[in-house]
Design a protein around this ligand. Structure first.
Ligand SMILES: [Fe+2]
Ligand SMILES: [Fe+2]
Length: 405
C-alpha cells in the first residue's frame, strides 16, 4: 500500500526507477534457500540493480571453472556419442539453407510477424491506451524485434555456456557432442543477428532477468549447474519462445529460420537430460540435489513471471502514458505471452521430472505457481524434433486464430 502511494506520488521517471527497485527486492526476497541465494543473489544485484547488461558497451562476466582433461579418450557414453553423430549429420549452412532473399516488411498486415492480438490490444485499451491500426502494427513490430533480440542475447549466453560445459564435463563423449553444440549456437547467433540487422533493423538491449540467469551460469564453477541452467532451463525457455513464434508468425523466412533452430535445440535439451540424469543419480549428495531442486524452482519462477518486455515499455510508454504496474498487467494477460508460457513449461516440466528435480516436497510450490499441470508430458529423450514440430504445426491454425480475434 505504502509502496503504491509512494510510486503514484512521484514523477514518471522516478516512479519507474523505484518500481524497478521494488521489483528487484521482490525477486531476491522470495528466495528462501541460502545456497540458491548465494548462487543467484550477486547476479541479481548485477542484473536487476546495476543493469550490467545495459551499460552500452561490452560486459566482462567472470568465469570460474576447471577444464577437465582426459588423456585416455574413452568411449564412455553411447547415447552422447549417438547425439554427436546425429549433430554432425544435422549441420546446416545458414547462407545456403535459408531464403534470405525474402522481402520482409515488418508492417505488412498480409504477412504479419505476430498475430493481431498477440500482445492484447484490448487489454491495453482497458488500461486507457487506444492505438490506431498503424500504431498497433508498429507495437507488434517492436514486440517481435524485442523477442528476437532476447533470443539473440540468449544464444550468445548459450554459445559461451556450451563452450564452458564442453571444457568442464567429465564425459569424453559429452565433450565431442559439446563441440557440435558450440557450432550450433554460433550459427544461431549468426542467424538471429542477421535477421534483426537485415530484415528488422532493430536490436533491443538484454532483458535484466535473462542477464541474471546468464550471469549466474557463467560464474558458477560447477559444470552441472551450468548445464542445468543452460541446457534445461534456458533451452526450455527458448523452445517455448521459438515454438510460439514458429506457430503464429506468417513471415516465411522467420518461420523457416525458427524451424531449423528448433531442430538443433531439441538435441541440446536431449543432451542436457542425458548428462544430468546420470550425474544427479550417482555423483552428488542429497543436500546438493536439494539445492538443484530449489534452484530450478526459483529459476522457473523467474522465467514464468519476469519476462515483461520493459525494454518495449521504455520505448513506448515510460513518459507517463502508462505505469509499469499497468504494463505488467498487459504483458501478463497477453494471449501471446500466455501461449509462450504454456509451450515453455510443457517442454520444461517433463525434463525436470526426468532429472529427479520434482520430488514430492516441491510439488505443492509448483502447484501454487500453476505449473504442475505441465509435468506429465514426454521428456526430451523421448521426443524427437520432428514430433515437436508436428505438434506445433497441428495447433498452428487454432493458436493463430484465437490471437487474430
Ligand atoms: Fe541455440
Ligand atoms: Fe541451444
Amino acid at each position: 500500500m505504502l509502496k503504491d502511494f509512494v510510486l503514484r506520488s512521484l514523477p514518471p521517471k522516478a516512479s519507474n526507477y523505484f518500481d524497478s527497485l521494488f521489483e528487484a527486492a521482490d525477486v531476491l526476497g522470495q528466495i528462501k534457500n541460502v545456497n540458491v541465494l548465494r548462487s543467484l543473489g550477486p547476479s541479481g544485484v548485477r542484473g536487476l540493480i546495476l543493469h550490467r547488461g545495459k551499460q552500452g558497451g561490452p560486459t566482462l562476466v567472470p568465469a570460474n571453472h576447471s577444464a577437465y582433461f582426459d588423456w585416455t579418450y574413452p568411449s564412455d557414453q553411447p547415447e552422447m556419442r549417438d547425439l554427436f553423430q546425429r549433430a554432425k549429420a544435422g549441420q546446416w549452412d545458414s547462407d545456403k539453407d535459408l531464403p534470405w532473399d525474402t522481402n520482409v516488411d515488418p508492417l505488412n498486415p498480409q504477412r504479419r510477424l505476430l498475430p493481431a492480438n498477440f500482445i492484447g490490444h484490448d487489454v491495453l485499451e482497458k488500461e486507457g491506451i487506444v492505438l490506431s491500426e498503424k500504431e498497433k502494427r508498429e507495437l507488434d513490430y517492436s514486440v517481435c524485434a524485442w523477442m528476437l533480440s532476447q533470443f539473440l542475447h540468449g544464444e550468445q549466453g548459450a554459445l559461451y555456456a556450451a563452450a564452458q560445459v564442453t571444457e568442464a564435463v567429465q564425459f569424453f563423449d559429452g565433450k565431442l557432442y559439446g563441440s557440435t553444440q558450440v557450432m550450433d549456437e554460433g550459427r544461431h547467433v549468426e542467424v538471429f543477428s542477421r535477421y534483426l540487422n537485415e530484415k528488422l533493423g532493430r536490436l533491443y538491449q538484454v532483458n535484466d532477468n535473462l542477464f541474471v540467469i546468464i550471469d549466474a551460469l557463467m560464474g558458477d564453477g560447477r559444470w552441472d549447474m551450468k548445464c542445468l541452467g543452460m541446457q534445461i532451463m534456458i533451452e526450455g525457455l527458448a523452445l517455448g519462445a521459438f515454438g510460439t513464434l514458429y506457430r503464429v508468425t506468417e513471415e516465411p523466412l522467420l518461420r523457416e529460420l525458427l524451424k531449423r533452430v528448433i531442430m538443433d535445440e531439441a538435441r541440446h535439451v536431449h543432451y542436457g537430460v542425458v548428462a544430468l540424469r546420470e550425474h544427479f543419480k550417482t555423483a552428488i549428495t542429497p543436500a546438493e540435489l536439494q539445492e538443484r531442486v530449489e534452484w530450478s524452482y526459483e529459476v522457473a519462477l523467474l522465467m514464468q513471471n519476469r519476462f515483461l518486455a520493459y525494454e518495449v515499455y521504455d520505448e513506448w510508454f515510460a513518459g507517463g502514458k502508462l505505469s509499469r504496474e499497468a504494463w505488467r498487467r498487459v504483458v501478463t494477460n497477453s494471449p501471446g505471452m500466455n501461449e509462450f508460457r504454456t509451450v515453455m513449461f510443457s517442454r520444461l516440466m517433463p525434463n525436470l521430472r526426468e532429472l529427479g528435480l520434482l520430488p514430492g516436497r516441491i510439488l505443492p510450490h509448483y502447484e501454487r505457481a500453476g505449473l504442475l499441470k505441465y509435468m506429465t508430458g514426454k521428456a526430451a529423450p523421448d521426443l524427437t524434433a520432428n514430433e515437436m514440430l508436428t505438434d506445433l504445426d497441428k495447433h498452428r491454425g487454432g493458436a493463430s486464430a484465437s490471437m487474430m480475434a
